[in-house]
Structure formats: C-alpha cells, structure tokens
Design a protein around this ligand. Structure first.
Ligand code: ATP
Ligand code: MG
Ligand code: MG
Ligand code: MG
Length: 351
C-alpha cells in the first residue's frame, strides 16, 4: 500500500517563496509508486488549501500555486477533512515551512493535537530553536562554546535607550551583531562597528521582534553540518560558506548567488571531530528529532564556536543541508524517505 504523504508549503512567513520552490523539488524527487502525495498550500494570508492528490507531479506542478477559490478560502480544509482525522493509517505530514508558523513549533503543536505523524522536530525543539536567546541559554547550560551575547526587550529599550546601549558596551566590544530573536534568513540582522550603527541596528531589529539579541562579532570561517536521526543522531560531512558580502546576509542567501558552498569543507580532522561532537550535544540539549543544520564559527587558531541550529533548514536540492547529505552518500530522495521514516518512528514510540 502507498504511504500517504501531505506536503505543507508556502506559509505565512518571509520565506514563502523559498518554501514553494522546496515543494516543487520535493515533489519531483518523490517516488509516486511509494507515496500518495497531497499538497497543502498555505497562502501568505495563512489560509490552508488542500489540493488533489498528485499522480503525476510534473503535469500538476502548476496547480501548486493556483490561487484558492472562494469556496476553498472558506474552509479550513485540514480541520474539515475527515479523511485526515479518521483514517486507519494516518498520512505523514511534511512541513516544508521556514520561520514563523512553520519552523517555530506552532504547526508542530497543531499536528500533535490532531495526533498526526510529521517530519522533523517537535514542539519544544522547534520553538526553542527559533528563539536565539532561549537557544543560546540552553547551549550555555550544556557547556557549549559560543560567543558572548546580551538580550534586550523593546519595552526596556523604549524606556531608557542609553541604559541598554551601555549594557551592551559593558559586555561586548565592536563589531557586534544585532539580530531579532525569532527569525531566520538573516532578516533584520546588522553588523555594528560603532554606537551610531548600534542605534540604527536596534531600530531595525525591533521592527521584527519585541526581543533582540546582541552578539560579540567574531572573525571566523563559517562551517555547517547536518544532523539526522532521533535518539541516535548521525552527522554529515561539513560544508563551508564563503559569502562575498561583509557577512552572510539575506541578499547573499537569496539574491546574489555569489556565495560559495564548499563541500566537504577543508578543515583539520580534529576540528571536524569537535564540530560533530558539539552538533550532537546541541541536538540533544534542545531535544531535537529528525533533522537540524548546525552552524559554527571556526577561528584562525582552530577555536570552534556554535552559532545556531536551524530546525527546518533550507531544503531545496541546492541548499546546504541536502548537499551535505548527498556528499555523505544520501541522495535527495533517499533523504526524504529517511525523514519520513524518522517521523513515523517518533510517532509510533508515543502511541
Ligand atoms: P539562517 O537561519 O538563515 O542560517 P539566521 O537569520 O538565523 O540565519 P545567523 O546565522 O545567526 O542568522 O547569522 C547570519 C549570518 O551573520 C551568519 O551566517 C554570519 O555570516 C553572520 N554572523 C552572525 N552572527 C555573527 C557573529 N557573532 N560574528 C560574526 N558573524 C556573525
Ligand atoms: Mg537561523
Ligand atoms: Mg533559518
Ligand atoms: Mg545561520
């Protein structure tokens, strides 16, 4: 019997277009003898639209971005569809979503409530991984080496800006990085070389979030690794990001196409071992499952710092995470199969 698979894509987030691209790619890689695929499109307004199950992915790709009809808009299809809720064998849900309402534990919570198996991280890991301050507090508690950081709330900043800036300058030196606590794709992130730039960066970051993080800037190579598994997570080879810009900002990620991804990264064996160990430690500290991409800084003298984990990393065939696995011997379609298995494994453990 074919395994029912629902792909959630689009989504109410800045990464809507990226998600559509990912859905196209996943659809083309899926084995239709093995899966009965139903795409569920989430519009930018947050409406859920269930499409017909696909038999022929290529022919029906265009259907994926057809605007919802009035009737479709009026029904929250996932809730209304009894085929999903009362089924002998429930479909596996694959949330191909990044950022808010997709990577942050909210969709995962909905799927838990509906008692459906799904791919990737659960509620806790997703939400803790989405908030850079919470994530770094957990990493600190786990003894993972990372750069110094300070956090600030919009509320306290509005009350006494000077006091917050002074707190930053007492703990960190320039350059530092200012980031909204809950975002990805480098949105709202700025590198600051002095007080004036710091002030501008605060204004921008607070447009995206009520909480921000300010980190010590570090001069280092950027090395990323993929982790795959549940209770016994495995690591991929490592990759290096070499952006042409000042840092790996939004433009470098999605517009320039100038950034080089070097896989495998040319680093000493010893550094690779350290990165693997730290990635697994981070995975366990956040209670992750399924997958993460862990991002590291490696300095000239070989010091390794963890920067972050991403609980739903970029997932097109040319994104870092699938490429890391490809170089580790797992093709894109095999990676998808593995993720579905891992999602089912976790689901069955809970039943
Ligand atoms: P994504 O989720 O897309 O990987 P993000 O929005 O979570 O990105 P970060 O990875 O934290 O953002 O930062 C984006 C980029 O900014 C990094 O890849 C790096 O180039 C630069 N950067 C961030 N923090 C620092 C730091 N403390 N020192 C030096 N460079 C930094
Ligand atoms: Mg991130
Ligand atoms: Mg991200
Ligand atoms: Mg990153």
């Amino acid at each position: 019997m074919k395994r029912k698979l629902f792909l959630l894509y689009g989504g109410k987030s800045a990464e809507h277009q990226v998600s559509i691209r990912t859905a196209f790619a996943v659809m083309q890689a899926l084995d239709f003898d093995k899966y009965e695929v139903t795409p569920v499109y989430i519009t930018e307004e947050g409406q859920w639209v269930k499409r017909e199950a696909l038999e022929n992915p290529v022919k029906q790709l265009n259907d994926l971005i057809v605007k919802p009809t009035k009737e479709e808009q009026n029904s929250l299809t996932l809730f209304n569809n009894s085929a999903i809720i009362s089924n002998d064998e429930p479909p596996v849900i694959f949330p191909l979503l990044h950022g808010t309402n997709g990577e942050d534990g909210t969709v995962q919570g909905l799927l838990e409530v509906l008692n459906l198996p799904y791919v990737g991280n659960g509620v806790l890991a997703s939400s803790a991984g989405m908030d850079k301050v919470i994530m770094k507090n957990i990493f600190a508690q786990a003894g993972l080496k990372q750069v110094d950081y300070v956090s600030a709330l919009r509320h306290e900043w509005e009350q006494d800006k000077e006091k917050v800036y002074r707190r930053v300058e007492e703990s960190l030196t320039y350059p530092c990085f200012v980031k909204p606590a809950n975002l990805g794709s480098s949105v709202g992130i700025n590198k600051c070389n002095d007080r004036t730039e710091l002030e501008d960066a605060f204004v921008e970051a607070f447009q995206f979030d009520r909480k921000i993080i300010i980190e010590q800037g570090i001069e280092a190579r950027e090395i990323e690794i993929g982790v795959l598994g549940n209770d016994e997570p495995q690591c991929s080879v490592v990759g290096e990001i070499v952006p042409k810009a000042e840092f790996y900002d939004y433009k470098a990620k999605y517009e320039d196409g100038n950034t080089a991804l070097i896989i495998p990264a040319d680093i000493p064996e010893e550094t690779y071992e350290t990165i693997k160990e730290m990635a697994i430690q981070a995975f366990k500290a956040l209670d992750c499952s399924g997958l993460v991409r862990a991002d590291f800084f490696v300095t000239k003298d070989g010091e390794v710092y963890i920067n972050e984990v991403n609980t739903m990393p970029g997932f097109t065939p040319v994104s870092m995470f699938p490429l890391l696995w490809k170089h580790s011997g797992l093709e894109y379609s095999q990676l998808i199969d593995r993720l579905v298995e891992l999602g089912l494994e976790r689901y069955n453990e809970k039943q």
